[in-house]
Design a protein around this ligand. Structure first.
Ligand SMILES: [Zn+2]
Length: 446
């Protein structure tokens, strides 16, 4: 239990609009009052009443004044924390897909619970500093390098949970099942760390709770029933065309239709990427009200292609974003990526409004957190403030367009998660040093 704290936000995104001078009270991790104080606000009368009430109750408490534009917490719906160690390195020698994969496996092979804890904590700190207040960690690095379980089979999970706790980010650990390196092919090399050997053994180790199917490549069709009814349930889907072709060859249906036939689509399910879809796939995802996590900066980095985000949204899907491979950790870059990539693909502008993009950026429900994503009474008390007078944001209007089309992660100045301040700009040096140390330990010195 924490005592109440109050903030006077210079500007804030409340009920789908930017409002001036918003007084918020946070108690026990949630908002207990949210009041735009400005006289020209349509809530002006209510504001004066609340202001009087505030002074009556608060008396000596002076609210902390937060300059800038404050947003609800942003949700990172798809992360593999250890991929952060690859940034900048996989671009060497022009950075082909194989350069990336070889180095990803090399890092995956060097992690143990202590090293993973250090890397994940630094990575989560970077996320918090960028404005992400929740993260869905799609976790498949379960076992020792030779594939045998740790003495504590949950050692890697525990490392991630502690890392998130110390970084102050809210984490949903999506325990991923990975049994095969391709349709019918056994895991090889470092992939043996991912595999539990069978879906039954995965279920036994993972227990109930948030889950993930690595992909329809990695879990045989006969095992998919194990995941029916689980929520949140995440799955990588049709990121590259090869998966579609191999799925058609193996089962005669697309990956999306396979999930549909196995009863795995629905509001509790999130498909990640959904880049290469047929019209039928889009219809199935939309009519089942499945969620789709798009990861524009990763899809760009890995040359995956541009998914039909707008068509999925119009078909009825809830969308979220994720930093996935952490080539970039910047929610604002992901959000404008949705619009910008679609512009390049269609040679047309204007696919999304900034308000729609902010709604997508705050989709905590995509990882099963139902009370996040809004500055509203009863919601989780997350606040992300961006500087509206930085070299990037100055003169851009200090509204939702500033957030989506001008700001970067570097403009975030203040972050509150569940009522606790977890980041201020003064933390940047420490975060950089922690990342350097954690990542340096994984690479041989050159
Ligand atoms: Zn992924």
């Amino acid at each position: 239990m924490t005592g109440p704290s109050t903030y006077l936000l210079e500007r804030a995104w409340v009920d789908g609009a930017v409002r001036d001078d918003v007084l918020v009270t946070l108690e026990d991790g949630a908002f207990t009052s949210v009041t735009p104080m400005s006289r020209n606000s349509r809530l002006g009368d209510e504001a004066s009443r609340q202001e009087r009430e505030f002074h009556r109750l608060g008396g000596e408490t002076v609210p902390t004044h937060v300059p800038g534009l404050t947003l609800p917490g942003l949700a990172n719906c798809h992360s593999h924390a250890f991929h952060r160690a690859l940034r900048g390195r996989t671009q060497r020698e022009r950075g082909t897909f194989w350069t990336w994969r070889e180095q990803m496996y090399a890092v995956a092979g060097r992690l143990d619970p202590d090293r993973y804890f250090a890397l994940a904590r630094a990575t989560y700190r970077e996320m918090v500093a960028a404005g992400y207040t929740s993260v869905g960690e799609f976790h498949y690095l379960h076992h020792r390098p030779d594939g045998t379980p740790y003495d504590d089979p949950a050692a890697m999970d525990a490392a991630l949970r502690l890392a998130a706790e110390e970084a102050g980010i809210r984490m949903v650990l999506l325990d991923a099942c990975y049994l095969s390196s391709g349709f019918g092919a056994p895991p090889t090399g470092v992939q043996v760390r991912y595999s539990d050997g069978s879906a039954a053994r995965w279920a036994e180790r993972a227990g109930p709770g948030p889950a993930a199917i690595h992909s329809v490549r990695a879990v045989p069709r006969d095992d998919l029933h194990v995941f029916r009814g689980r929520a949140p349930l995440h799955v990588h889907l049709s990121e590259q065309r090869a998966e579609n072709e191999q799925c058609l060859a193996a089962y005669g249906v697309t990956p999306t239709r396979l999930l549909h036939e196995e009863g795995l689509l629905g509001p509790g399910t999130t498909v990640v990427h959904a880049t290469h879809l047929t019209d039928d796939d889009i219809g199935l995802l939309g009519s089942s009200r499945s969620n789709v996590c798009i990861t524009p900066t990763t899809e760009r980095d890995l040359a995956d292609g541009i998914g039909p985000a707008r068509r999925l949204y119009d078909a009825g899907c809830r969308l979220g974003i994720g930093s996935d491979s952490h080539a970039v950790i910047d929610p604002f870059e992901e959000l404008r990526g949705l619009e910008m990539d679609e512009r390049l693909a269609t040679q047309e502008r204007g696919h999304w409004t900034a308000a729609e993009l902010l709604d997508i950026g705050t989709a905590h429900d995509v990882i099963g957190i139902d009370r996040g994503g809004e500055i509203r009474v009863g919601r989780l008390a997350d606040l992300v403030t961006i500087d509206t007078r930085s070299p990037r944001t100055a003169g851009t209007g200090s509204d939702e367009h500033t957030a989506v089309y001008a700001a970067t992660a570097a403009d975030v100045t203040h972050v509150v998660v569940g009522g606790t301040v977890v980041y201020t700009a003064a933390d940047d040096d420490t975060i950089g040093r922690e990342l350097d140390d954690a990542i340096g330990a994984l690479w041989p010195r050159r």
